[in-house]
Design a binder for this molecule. Structure first.
Ligand code: LLP
Length: 444
């Protein structure tokens, strides 16, 4: 596919700041990502299509590696996983955070070294633990008291498994109530405040086949300030010092989780990674010096900030309806491929692509095709007044927690995933079809 790029001036001033860095304006209102026209992707692979810019994913992995040269950066697979993603992350030198046997098996069968994988989960199934031990996962993160005996028994008296303990440090942070995990009123981890974490640590240390390498915390997701991380880190270092004082054990790892916030719309704040890295390191060294503690190796687990801004969702408009004062633009996807607006009230900035429009803009609500009124993708956004069926709409910052949370609602089928890179497009995950539904539906 060849593309001719328009000058910024000729194309107008629409803000592409949240789009992948490779995004280019094309003549007649088109946009290219990774050197490929999105309209051509829509024609070739049909819609809805999720377009992933390989260069943007790799670039973001490198940004993390550069900002945290002394840390272990683990990509949080729950944001999005496919075999290609596994390969990109591995080639860029990151580790992986998984939270199910499914994510784990996919990663290992796609060639990811198991020792570089950390397994999470507040309710690990027997299958999760069996897969973790069979495949030789690097660390299992203990999330509750009952897991200690279970993991020890599964490992066996002669076995050996590295583990961490997930601590709830009592810090509230995150973009929505549903994704705040740093305080005691939610299901994850062991409390620092009520002593649950300390008790679990003692019990783990009493199991010779479990090697406690360090402590973990993940305070929430879509966090745009550095400060909550610093508060959490201070408390975690304090706990590590108490473990040393009580048990004479110096833990070598401190995993501060992920949660790094990104902008979904132009002008929204994002977490400053350089500042996070610098201030976390300074706080870690300061805290460890004060407690005369050997500085542990830092681990971080970003998901959203690695893949979110690398994805663009491309939809075809199916219907435009004027109802009273409202204009509804209905597209061929919706809450089955992106449940985030319905779940967290998240706002997106869709954009007409594939043709130029000189019509004045008007406020419209982009909705999906599913059978409920809450199936809204973008409420009250500015779109050209002449938007019509057949048009293409593209939604940037669609790479994280959309496809990975996609459902089979209304048997619409999950969209195709297309990678774009250096002027060519290739299918990573094919569209879900009626045959896929039929093949699972085996009873009558
Ligand atoms: N580590 C742990 C233990 C986690 O639970 C998570 C996310 C991460 C790392 C990665 O967080 P990130 O860097 O991606 O924010 N579905 C929600 C987000 C749920 C996050 C769950 N845990 C959303 O769409 O906003």
């Amino acid at each position: 596919m060849t593309v001719t790029v328009l000058s910024e001036v000729a194309a107008g001033a629409a803000d592409l700041s949240v789009w992948p860095a490779s995004t280019q304006r094309l003549p007649h209102g088109g946009l290219a990502v990774g050197g490929v026209s999105l309209a051509e992707v829509a024609d070739r692979f049909e819609t809805p299509a999720y377009v992933l810019d390989e260069g943007e994913v790799r670039g973001r992995c490198r940004t993390y590696q550069d900002a945290f040269p002394a840390a272990d950066v683990l990509y949080a697979a729950k944001a999005f996983l496919s075999r290609a993603m596994v390969r990109w992350v591995r080639e860029e030198g990151l580790g992986l955070d998984v939270c199910s046997a499914g994510e784990l098996e996919l990663a290992v069968t796609a060639g990811f070294p198991p020792e570089r994988i950390v397994l999470h989960g507040n309710a690990k199934s027997p299958r999760d633990l069996e897969a973790a031990l069979r495949l030789g996962v690097g660390r299992i993160v203990i999330d509750g008291p009952s897991e200690i005996a279970r993991i020890a028994a599964a490992v066996g008296p002669e076995g050996h498994q590295k583990v961490m303990v997930r601590v709830v440090p009592g810090v509230s942070a995150g973009g929505h109530d549903k994704i705040r995990t740093g305080t005691d009123d939610q299901k994850f981890g062991l409390s620092l405040t009520d002593g649950g974490a300390q008790h679990a640590i003692s019990r783990v240390l009493g199991r010779p086949q479990l090697e406690l390498t360090g402590l973990h915390c993940h305070i929430g997701s879509q966090i745009t300030e550095v400060k909550p991380y610093l508060v959490a880190l201070r408390r975690m270092v304090g706990l590590m010092a108490r473990v040393r004082d009580t048990h004479g054990v110096v833990l070598s790892e401190l995993d501060m989780g992920g949660g790094h916030g990104i902008a979904y719309r132009p002008g929204e704040p994002a977490l400053d990674l350089t500042s996070l890295a610098r201030r976390l390191r300074a706080e870690l060294h300061k805290g460890c010096a004060a407690a005369r503690l050997t500085v542990p190796r830092l681990l971080i687990e970003p998901g959203r900030a690695v893949v979110g801004p690398a994805g663009v969702a491309v939809y075809r408009v199916l219907a435009v309806k004027h109802t009273g004062e409202k204009v509804f633009v209905a597209v061929d996807g919706g809450m089955s491929d992106n449940p985030r607006p319905a779940l967290y009230g998240v706002r997106y900035a869709p954009r007409l692509i594939g043709r130029a429009s000189t019509a004045a803009s008007r406020t419209a609500t982009v909705v999906g095709r599913h059978c409920e009124a809450g199936d809204v993708l973008a409420a009250d956004v500015e779109l050209p007044g002449d938007i019509r069926p057949g048009d293409l709409l593209a939604v940037p910052v669609a790479g994280a927690y959309q496809l990975s949370m996609a459902s089979g609602y209304n048997l619409v089928g999950r969209p195709a995933v297309v990678a774009v890179h250096q002027g060519s497009a290739r299918l990573l995950v094919r569209r879900e079809t009626l045959d896929d539904f039929r093949s699972r539906d085996i009873g009558d």
